[in-house]
Ligand binder design. Structure first.
Ligand SMILES: [Zn+2]
Length: 259
């Protein structure tokens, strides 16, 4: 069963099997997504994915979802109006405080479920500290720097590799499925990083040499990818796929023994 902390009473939380319950901290962003998608795209997608997961959670699995951290580390987008960002230090402090609170109440398995690529390095870095400092078993689920979407995208992606990056075929499809009224379809464009950043062997936006890029280095429009290839049908497939994929991931987390 999946429950939201926001809706529970203290005595109900205390009654949970706290060694077994998997606590989930959703973390997203509020940042520009071109002219066709809303600032809160990552947050809206994450909420949609969690709702899909909720529909698929097996009866014998206990999941407790914390309130979403709806702003992330988005300083790469700050030259575009509307973007909000936490500094690195602020985000680390917030993540540590959330982990400490959860550990204080005797929970152990702590999943950080991330919807924004700019957060990923931070989450991976603080995860080990959470284990060492608070005795938690932390996990980072990230869909930007892993093969999370790969099994589906190999069948449905119509753009080249860079077509799924930011305000792209993937994100636009998901918002079309979740909140079609928030998509300006006339404004959907394809926009790719400069040739040099795509064709280099070493120094590219994907590495292996990290150049600490900001979005304005690689996109004048704020879009990186192929929004014109997005469809609501693909978005619905993505939501269904993500909900089921998370079940598989959480089953493995569930099977990892308590400390
Ligand atoms: Zn996004």
């Amino acid at each position: 069963m999946l429950q939201y902390l926001t809706k529970l009473r203290s005595n109900e939380v205390a009654a949970l099997d706290r060694k077994k319950t998997i606590v989930v901290l959703p973390i997203a962003a509020h940042e520009q997504h071109g002219k066709h998608l809303p600032i809160g795209t990552d947050t809206l997608i994450l909420e949609g994915v969690i709702q899909s997961f909720e529909k698929n959670v097996p009866a014998q699995m206990d999941v407790l979802v914390l309130p979403t951290i709806a702003v992330g580390k988005s300083n790469e987008h700050m030259s575009f109006c509307g973007t909000l960002t936490y500094s690195l230090d602020t985000l680390i402090a917030m993540l540590r405080d959330m982990a400490k609170s959860v550990a204080r109440h005797g929970f152990e398995k702590f999943v950080m479920l991330n919807a924004h690529g700019g957060n990923t390095d931070v989450l991976n870095a603080v995860a080990r500290d959470m284990r060492d400092d608070y005795g938690l078993r932390p996990f980072v689920i990230d869909w930007w720097f892993t093969d999370f979407w790969a099994d589906l995208m190999k069948d449905i992606q119509q753009s080249p590799r860079d077509g799924v990056f930011h305000a792209c075929e993937l994100e636009t499809s998901l918002i079309m499925a979740l909140h079609p009224e928030l998509v300006d379809r006339e404004a959907c464009i394809d926009s790719y990083p400069p040739e040099q950043m795509r064709k280099n062997r070493f120094v590219t936006v994907f590495g292996p040499v990290n150049m600490g890029w900001v979005t304005a280095d690689i996109s004048k429009t704020g879009v990186i990818g192929a929004a014109t290839k997005a469809t609501p049908e693909k978005g619905r497939m993505m939501l269904d796929y993500a909900g089921k994929k998370l079940v598989g991931i959480f089953e493995e987390i569930q099977a990892i023994p308590s400390l």
